[in-house]
Design a protein around this ligand. Structure first.
Ligand SMILES: Cc1cc2nc3c(=O)[nH]c(=O)nc-3n(C[C@H](O)[C@H](O)[C@H](O)COP(=O)(O)OP(=O)(O)OC[C@H]3O[C@@H](n4cnc5c(N)ncnc54)[C@H](O)[C@@H]3O)c2cc1C
Length: 378
C-alpha cells in the first residue's frame, strides 16, 4: 500500500520504518525544515555543543524491547539525569531526597528519622486532598511545598496549584535515601550523536521518502491508502471546534566561556524568577569536551495560534473539547491519529516508540480497518 505519515518525529519515523520493512511504500511529510520532531538535536554553530533545540530530552525506559530498538539505530551513552534547584538562596538536589531534606532543615537525619520528621510536617488535617496544593501539603507540609513545588508549578502551568488536580502528585514525591537519579527506570542514556541522527537512521530505508517543509492538507490523503497523522488533533480539522489548550515554551539562548552552572538542568523554584529552569547542554554529552558552553533559559506560557504546542493542558475545559474532537474523528476514515499531538497527551519518548511499534503491528494485522485511535486520547 501507499501510506502517508504526517510528521517526521519519533511516531512517524517508527511507524514508517516498520511498515516499510513489511513491504509498504512510505511517504513522510513534515512542515518543519528538519526531522525528529521535538526531539530534534543539532550542534550549536558557535560552541559545537549538541543542543536539544526543543528542550532537554533524556531517554529512560523500563521497556527492554524499546531500549533494544533505539540501541539498534544509535549508540546510547550512559547518562543519569541529576537535577538541581535554586531556592531561597541555596542550591538543592532534586527529586527531594535525604540530602535535600537534611540541607533544607539543617539536620543530619537518617532515613527513618527523616521519614518520621516529614510525617510530622505533613498537614494531616487534609483528609481527602482536592487539588495539587492540598496533595503536596498533605505529603510534605508547607515549607517544602513552598520551596520546591509552588513557584515552579505556577510558572510551568500559569495557574494556582489549587486549580490543578491532586492526581499530578500521585505518591509521596520524596526519597528517604541519597539517590538523586531523577528517573527510576532500568535503562537510561543519551544518543551519542543526538536524537536527529537516530531518527535519520530509522528513516533510512529504500521504501521511505521524506519531504520536509511540507504541511499536510487533507486533500493529500486522496493519493494514499492510509494516513498516520502525528500533527495536532484540532489542526487536522482546521480548529473548527476551537483550539485545544497547550503550554508553550520560549528559550533564551546565551553562551558562556567555561562551565556556567556545573550541571545540565538547574530549576528555579521561586515565582519571582521569571524562568523555570536553565539547561546547559554540554552536560548532556559528558563524553565530549567543549571549552565554550551554550545555555537556554526556559520560560513557560499559554500557547497562541502561531506558537509551538508543548504541554497539553488537559483540564476540565480542554477534556470537554477533546471529547468533541474525538467524536469528529469517529466520523472520519482512512486516518489513524498517533503520537503526542495526534492524541493530545504528554508522552515520553519510550512510550511514543512503544505505541508506534504497536500501532504498526496492529496495521499489519488489520490493514485499513485500524481504528482512528490505536490508543484512546480520553
Ligand atoms: C519540553 C519537553 C521535554 C521533553 N523531555 C523528554 C524527556 O526528557 N524524555 C522523554 O522520554 N520525553 C521527553 N519529551 C517528550 C518527547 O518530546 C515526545 O515523546 C516526542 O517528541 C513525541 O514524538 P511525536 O512524533 O509523537 O511528536 P513530535 O516530536 O511533536 O513530532 C510531530 C511532528 O509532526 C509535524 N507536524 C505537525 N503538524 C504537521 C502538519 N500539519 N503537516 C506536516 N507536519 C506536521 C511537526 O513538525 C513534528 O515534527 C519532552 C517533551 C517536551 C515538550
Amino acid at each position: 500500500m501507499n501510506i502517508l505519515l504526517v510528521g517526521a518525529g519519533l511516531s512517524g519515523a517508527v511507524i514508517g520504518r516498520k511498515l516499510a520493512e513489511a513491504g509498504h511504500s512510505i511517504t513522510v511529510v513534515d512542515s518543519r525544515a528538519h526531522i525528529a520532531g521535538n526531539c530534534h538535536t543539532e550542534r550549536d554553530a558557535q560552541t559545537g555543543v549538541m543542543v536539544h533545540i526543543y528542550g532537554p530530552h533524556i531517554f529512560h525506559t523500563d521497556d527492554a524491547e524499546v531500549w533494544d530498538y533505539v540501541n539498534s539505530f544509535e549508540t546510547f551513552m550512559p547518562y543519569k539525569n541529576r537535577v538541581k534547584t535554586t531556592s531561597g538562596g541555596q542550591v538543592f538536589s532534586l527529586p527531594i531526597n535525604l540530602h535535600t531534606i537534611n540541607q533544607f532543615y539543617n539536620r543530619t537525619m537518617r532515613p527513618d528519622e527523616a521519614r518520621a520528621f516529614i510525617e510530622e510536617q505533613a498537614d494531616t488535617s487534609i483528609a481527602e486532598p482536592q487539588n495539587f496544593e492540598e496533595q503536596a501539603m498533605r505529603f510534605v507540609g508547607g515549607a517544602l511545598y513552598e520551596a520546591f513545588f509552588k513557584g515552579y508549578t505556577i510558572k510551568q502551568w500559569g495557574v494556582s496549584p489549587t486549580e490543578l488536580p491532586a492526581a499530578i502528585l500521585k505518591r509521596l514525591p520524596v526519597r528517604f535515601n541519597y539517590d538523586d537519579n531523577y528517573f527510576f527506570h532500568r535503562f537510561q542514556g543519551m544518543p551519542e550523536n543526538g536524537y536527529t541522527e537516530m531518527v535519520a537512521r530509522i528513516l533510512d530505508h529504500p521504501a521511505i521518502t521524506v519531504h520536509l517543509n511540507t504541511r499536510f492538507t487533507r486533500d493529500m490523503a486522496d493519493d494514499y491508502d492510509h494516513v498516520f497523522y502525528s500533527g495536532p488533533l484540532d489542526g487536522y480539522f482546521d480548529y473548527e471546534l476551537g483550539r485545544l489548550g497547550y503550554r508553550t515554551l520560549d528559550f533564551e539562548r546565551f553562551s558562556y566561556e567555561g562551565d556556567y552552572q556545573g550541571c545540565a538542568v538547574m530549576n528555579y523554584g521561586e515565582e519571582t524568577v521569571p524562568f523555570t529552569r536553565i539547561t546547559e547542554h554540554k552536560h548532556f554529552s559528558p563524553w565530549e569536551s567543549h571549552d565554550g558552553s551554550v545555555c537556554y533559559r526556559e520560560f513557560s506560557r499559554d500557547c497562541e495560534p502561531d506558537d509551538i504546542p508543548y504541554y497539553p493542558i488537559r483540564q476540565v475545559k480542554e477534556k470537554a473539547l477533546l471529547a468533541e474532537y474525538v467524536a469528529l474523528v469517529e466520523q472520519t476514515s482512512g486516518v489513524t491519529f498517533v503520537g503526542r499531538l495526534g492524541t493530545y497527551r504528554y508522552l515520553d519518548m519510550d512510550v511514543t516508540i512503544r505505541e508506534a511499534l504497536d500501532t504498526a503491528d496492529a496495521f499489519l494485522a488489520k490493514g485499513t480497518d485500524l481504528p482512528a485511535f490505536a490508543t484512546s486520547p480520553l
